[in-house]
Design a protein around this ligand. Structure first.
Ligand code: AMP
Ligand code: MN
Ligand code: MN
Length: 324
């Protein structure tokens, strides 16, 4: 699959870029990294980035303050790029995608079958930022751009811990840190550090978690009223599902938070026994084999019953799978 990013954008006067709703580190790094790169390589073009307001922890990435989270009416873009998602996860930015003269979809989700005129989907790549590293001309990298891509790589690989980390991921990351940004601080402040209330609500979610299916699965839920009590937003709940996944004997961890009456955002993490991308797809979501998500309607018990059915199917299918 050959794809020449700059060729796809040549002659474009106005280029728009966006990523998925509730943007994570990979999404923010990719959108801002792409913006930096296109501005550098195509100085004649106007390049704009649109995203739901990303968490404050990402404020040091160049371009953070310029992200448009108001989604104003715009003339159709000549090229609009959807990064780290399918077009239907762009949220309010989907209107720009639909109206654009040309659409480009760059992603690494295995569940993405391509929603642009031009699609560059690499499920074997651990993050969209790693994929952008491959697409960008290495001579055009600089410290700020390297830092943006590095943020995405560390967030989607759990700081090089998950099985989507390859020797190539580490080689690329080694080249990125050679640009001299303060990577230990970046890892600490964007990935590990929690505010006091974030730690409190995580503690509560862990304490109230329930194991099921012979203690191989675990679930925890945070309701709207809990979020109001602690005055937290969805992004404050990042990391809870990973903690659940760390518990001994757990093959599938589920974390849910309420988004509306009878509606929950569901996050799943698993080991080789369960392909959670398959589970999430049954409910209109998607993701990766070991990290996926979806939105479900019904009460907590309805959701768990429906999920369990598909999780146990996965376990049966993958019986005998060896641990990595
Ligand atoms: P999360 O549990 O939200 O951290 O998401 C885990 C992975 O699944 C990430 O790569 C997400 O981009 C992806 N994902 C989450 N929700 C959805 C969804 N509704 N549709 C497609 N992919 C999703
Ligand atoms: Mn993402
Ligand atoms: Mn990603």
């Amino acid at each position: 699959m050959s794809f020449d990013l700059l060729k796809e954008c040549e002659n474009a006067k106005r280029i728009g870029i966006s990523g998925h709703v509730r943007p994570d580190g990979d999404c923010v790094g990719a959108v801002l990294g792409m913006q930096m790169y296109l501005r550098k390589c195509l100085p004649g073009a106007e390049v704009k980035a649109f995203l739901e307001k990303p968490a404050e922890i990402f404020r040091e990435i160049q371009g953070y303050d310029g992200i448009d989270s108001a989604f104003p009416t715009e003339e159709p873009f000549d090229v609009f790029l959807a990064l780290d998602c399918t077009a239907d996860r762009l949220g309010e930015a989907e209107k720009y995608f639909r109206a654009a003269h040309k659409t480009v979809n760059i992603d690494h989700h295995v569940t993405n079958s391509g929603s642009g005129d031009i699609n560059y989907i690499r499920p074997e790549t651990g993050s969209t930022c790693e994929l952008l590293y491959d697409l960008f001309d290495p001579d055009r990298l600089d410290r700020e751009l390297a830092m943006a891509l590095y943020v995405g790589i560390i967030h989607d690989t759990g700081v090089f811990q998950y099985s989507n980390t390859t020797p190539a991921t580490l080689e690329k990351s080694a080249r990125l840190i050679s640009y001299g940004f303060d990577f230990p601080r970046l890892i600490q402040e964007t990935f590990y550090q929690k505010t006091y209330v974030q730690a409190q609500i995580m503690g509560r979610a862990l304490m109230e978690s329930i194991r099921f299916m012979n203690n191989t699965c675990i679930v925890s839920v945070v309701y709207k009223k809990n979020m109001d009590f602690y005055d937290v937003e969805p992004s404050d709940l990042d990391g809870i599902v990973n903690q659940l996944r760390n518990i001994e004997g757990i093959s599938c961890a589920i974390f849910m938070y309420q988004t509306d009456v009878q509606e929950f955002k569901v996050s799943m993490r698993s080991d080789e026994k369960v392909n959670v991308a398959e589970v999430a797809m049954h409910f209109g979501g998607g993701g990766h084999a070991r990290a996926a998500g979806c939105t479900m309607r019904g009460n907590f018990y309805d959701c768990i019953n429906n999920l369990s059915l598909h999780i146990s199917e996965q376990m049966k299918e993958n019986e005998g799978a060896q641990a990595d």
